[in-house]
Write a protein that binds this ligand. Structure first.
Ligand code: PRP
Length: 210
């Protein structure tokens, strides 16, 4: 598995505001979207393209366009929904699938309450979006869904991750083609399964349910 941790002052700046407990929901949503757009630059580095001809006002030349089948973007509900626009703004032709997962607050195990993915993902490049990689249980479940449907390549984008979460995903995927793009790698998980220092509960902060 390839792990890419963003190293860019603008990303760190925006993450710092996101971490601030006094940042209100509207700004939190805006920053989440902007961070996704910045992380998409790295996450789409290997997006498949094909050559095409383009006629400029001056001449005809060769360019590229995103290849078929188009990438599949999968926000993990709820919190991953906050990242969707930031990704589809850059790849408007991508298809979008949905996975709804929620963690039990005691056991920290995820359960699936919604799933709307294409039946056959053979040959598709998939992008899973979730702001938080804590124990890794939710992202592991999402990646498993995608590989079970035939995906051959998954890129996961998370704003924050923990060493524990990265390790869990590494053990799950073995030698399958997975790339993990993180805005930052935080220190650790606490006893309640929260990322430390983290930013609290991303779903609650995005949707104002605290
Ligand atoms: C949070 C977060 C991730 C998951 C991370 O979602 O958005 O999906 O927990 O934890 P894990 O790595 O230990 O699985 P939550 O279950 O709170 O649901 P929500 O997105 O609806 O808020």
């Amino acid at each position: 598995m390839r792990v890419h941790i963003a190293d860019h002052p603008l990303i760190t700046h925006k993450l710092t505001v996101l971490r601030d407990a006094t940042t209100p929901s509207p700004m939190f949503r805006q920053l989440t979207e902007e961070l996704m757009t910045l992380l998409a630059y790295e996450a789409t580095r290997s997006v498949r393209v094909e050559e095409c001809e383009v006629t400029t006002p001056v001449t005809t030349t060769t360019g590229v366009k995103i290849a078929d089948p188009k990438p599949l973007v999968v926000p993990i509900l709820r919190a991953g929904l906050g990242m969707l626009e930031g990704m589809t703004k850059l790849i408007p032709t991508a298809e979008v699938g949905f996975l709804g997962l929620v963690r039990d607050e005691e056991t920290l195990k995820p359960t699936t309450y919604a799933e709307r993915l294409p039946d056959n993902l053979a040959g598709r490049q998939c992008f899973a979006l979730d702001p938080m990689l804590a124990t890794g249980g939710s992202l592991a479940a999402a990646i498993t869904y995608l590989f079970d449907r035939g995906a051959t390549e998954v890129t996961a984008v998370c704003l924050l991750g923990t060493p524990e979460g990265v390790h869990a995903i590494e053990s799950l995927v073995g030698d399958r083609d997975v790339t993990l793009v993180l805005g930052a790698l935080d220190e650790r998980l606490d006893q309640k399964g929260f990322i430390v220092p983290g930013l609290g509960d991303a779903g609650d902060r995005l949707y104002g349910t605290t």
